[in-house]
Ligand binder design. Structure first.
Ligand SMILES: [Ca+2]
Ligand SMILES: [Ca+2]
Length: 226
C-alpha cells in the first residue's frame, strides 16, 4: 500500500516536472520570438532631379526623391523631414507623414523652391561646393537602430549664375553644348532612375522646356564668372 502510494507520488512529481519544463520552454521560445521582432525605419536613398540651378530664377525649383523603408516587423507611422544645410545653418524644406507596413518601402517627393538660395559655386573651386541635403525619419517607439534614420547628401544642389548649366562657375561653350543636347525637349520631374537626356539643368528658367528663353541666359551672362 505504502509502496504503491509512493510510486504514484514519484510519477506525479515526474509528470509535473516535465510539464513545468515544457511550460518554461514555451515561455522561453515565446520571449525569444518577441525579442527578435523589431521596430526599425530607415531612409535608404535621396536623389535630386535638377542638380544645378541659376541664382535668383523666379520659378526656380528642383525635386527631391526620398526612399524610406520599414525594416522592422510592425506597421509604422513616422515623419520624414528634408533639410538643406549651408555654412550658416540648417533649414527645413518640407515634412511628410508616412505609414508603412512591415518590410514595405516607398518614394516620397519633395519640391524645393530655389529662388532665394545664394550662389554656392565659385569659378576655379575644386571641387565645387553645393548645398547639402539631409533627410531624417523620426524615431518610432521601441526603435534601436536609429543610425539609418538619417541620410546626408553633400553637394546635392549647386546654385550658380543662370546659364552656367554644368555648374563649373563659368558661362561658355560647354553650357551651350548641354542646352543643345536637350534642345526643344520638355523636362519634367520623374522618380529615379533619371534618363541621361534631356538634362533638366538645361532648363535654366525652370519652365519645363529647353528653348530660346534658356539660351537667352547664356547670351546675357556669356563669359561671366561666378
Ligand atoms: Ca559652366
Ligand atoms: Ca526653359
Amino acid at each position: 500500500m505504502m509502496v504503491a502510494m509512493f510510486k504514484k507520488f514519484v510519477w506525479l512529481v515526474l509528470i509535473s516536472m516535465l510539464s513545468l519544463s515544457m511550460v518554461a520552454g514555451t515561455l522561453i521560445m515565446t520571449s525569444i520570438a518577441a525579442e527578435s521582432q523589431v521596430h526599425d525605419v530607415a531612409v535608404i536613398d535621396v536623389s535630386l532631379w535638377r542638380t544645378v540651378v541659376g541664382e535668383g530664377i523666379r520659378n526656380g525649383f528642383t525635386v527631391i526623391y526620398v526612399v524610406v523603408e520599414n525594416q522592422g516587423d510592425f506597421t509604422e507611422t513616422f515623419n520624414v523631414t528634408v533639410y538643406y544645410q549651408n555654412a550658416t545653418g540648417e533649414y527645413s524644406i518640407g515634412m511628410q507623414a508616412v505609414a508603412l507596413a512591415a518590410g514595405a518601402k516607398t518614394t516620397l517627393t519633395f519640391i524645393w523652391y530655389t529662388k532665394d538660395l545664394a550662389k554656392t559655386v565659385k569659378y576655379g573651386a575644386s571641387p565645387q561646393v553645393g548645398y547639402t541635403v539631409k533627410v531624417e525619419a523620426s524615431v518610432v517607439p521601441g526603435e534601436e537602430d536609429i543610425g539609418d534614420n538619417t541620410l546626408i547628401k553633400p553637394n546635392a544642389l549647386y546654385v550658380t549664375i543662370p546659364g552656367d548649366v554644368n555648374g563649373d562657375g563659368y558661362v561658355y561653350t560647354k553650357d551651350l553644348g548641354i542646352i543643345g543636347m536637350s534642345w526643344r525637349a520638355r523636362v519634367y520631374p520623374r522618380p529615379p532612375p533619371f534618363p541621361r537626356l534631356p538634362n533638366p539643368n538645361a532648363d535654366v528658367n525652370c519652365d519645363g522646356v529647353v528653348d530660346n528663353k534658356d539660351l537667352g541666359y547664356i547670351g546675357r551672362f556669356w563669359h561671366w564668372y561666378a
